[in-house]
Design a binder for this molecule. Structure first.
Ligand SMILES: *Cc1c(COP(=O)(O)O)cnc(C)c1O
Length: 354
């Protein structure tokens, strides 16, 4: 009954959402703050009757708002909007990575990438991280491939690559294979990192992917976007229109436009999250924990003598959901999303007992 294609699938598993009790949820990098009041207003004033009509298939007004918010010379035809960045990543794998040459990404990275590669039967080459857990850019640029993808900051480490290093990396990639797509997934860039947007004008093979889920408090609404050359954006539209004409619904398009109009609100809450992260990290370090240097809204931590599972289970008993990675080489780490200051204080007390 099932196709052989289907039988080969190996799906992504998101952070758990148990309902046996109330938890402080620090396992999916969700934002602890609500969306901007401008978004709430948009929802209140939305005309339910308009739902009988299909949305704008191209999300034109939304893309214009995103382009305006981004600045850096970005125009509407350089922006693609999708149903969360996960959907856009899927379109990117389909449009830019070949099935006869590998896609290259770090050994430890966003665990959806190998899932898409499996879905489209694209071979994978994983590059081990360096000793300090940062991405090995030299080996990444050298490897033979039809394309490269990694998050910046990387997940689950939180480690950022500065823009000027990325420029050198893109130059190296260009020398080796100028027509190869380089995809930078900036899901966490708003928490203190330097965006690669200014590099787009020099590198037409660069594709930047962003999500509203984390920094814009929209995980439940599903909205993401990609920024690249108009030619690459047209390619993504072709894939979209071969799959689902209307990935972004009417209400989400309106909410996205409202969110873009209140960038100041998001700068403020992302700043607060970054400050909570940094003080939580230094408190943990004082009690003997190792904390990787993070520019994201999460920390990747471990403590000598403790297994990740032990940390995860102790925290869960006390009502905190953290993210455990059952991946070789990461067994003793735990990923902690940054929540409200009071929740992080309570978690700190819990972890100190370990
Ligand atoms: C959360 C995340 C995404 C997915 O974002 P959605 O827009 O919610 O689909 C993509 N890439 C990375 C690295 C992420 O952490």
């Amino acid at each position: 009954m099932f196709s052989s294609r289907f039988c080969g699938l190996n799906p992504y598993v998101p952070g758990e959402q148990p309902s046996d009790r109330e938890y402080i949820k620090l396992n999916a990098n969700e934002n602890p703050y609500p969306p901007s009041p401008a978004v709430e207003k948009e929802i209140r004033e939305f005309h339910a009757a308009s739902l009988r009509l299909y949305p704008d298939p191209d999300s034109s007004d939304l893309r214009e708002s995103i382009a305006e918010m981004l600045g850096n010379g970005i125009t509407t035809d350089m922006v693609f909007a999708g149903n969360g960045s996960d959907e856009i990543l899927s379109f990117i794998f389909y449009a830019f990575f070949d099935s006869n040459r590998p896609v290259v990404f770090p050994e430890h990275t966003y665990s959806f990438y190998p899932v898409y590669a499996g879905y489209y039967k694209i071979p994978v080459k994983k590059i081990p991280l360096l000793a300090d857990f940062s991405i090995d850019l030299e080996k990444t640029a050298e490897a033979d491939s039809s394309g490269i993808i990694f998050p910046n900051p990387n997940a689950p480490t939180g480690i950022i690559i500065p823009r000027e290093k990325l420029r050198d990396f893109l130059q190296e990639c260009g020398k080796k294979a100028p027509d190869r797509a380089v995809v930078i997934d900036e899901a966490y860039i708003d928490f203190g990192g330097e965006t690669a947007l200014p590099l787009l004008k020099d590198f037409p093979n660069l594709i930047i992917v962003r999500t509203f889920s984390k920094s814009f408090c929209f995980a439940g609404a599903r909205l993401g976007f990609a920024v690249s050359s108009p030619e690459n954006i047209r390619a993504l539209c072709t894939v979209k229109n071969s799959f689902n004409h209307f990935p972004v619904d009417r209400l989400t398009q309106r909410m996205g436009i409202a969110a873009c109009s209140d960038a100041a609100y998001y700068r403020r809450i992302c700043g607060e999250i970054a400050a909570t992260r940094d003080s939580f990290a230094s408190e943990l370090e004082k009690t003997g924990w190792q904390v990787l240097p993070s520019k994201a809204n999460f920390l990747f931590v471990r403590k000598e003598g403790l297994a990740g599972k032990q940390i995860y289970e102790t925290a869960k008993k006390e009502g905190f959901l953290l993210r455990l990675f059952n991946t070789k080489g990461l067994e003793d780490f735990i990923r902690i999303s940054i929540g409200l200051p009071k929740d992080m204080q309570a978690l700190l007390e819990c972890l100190k007992k370990l």
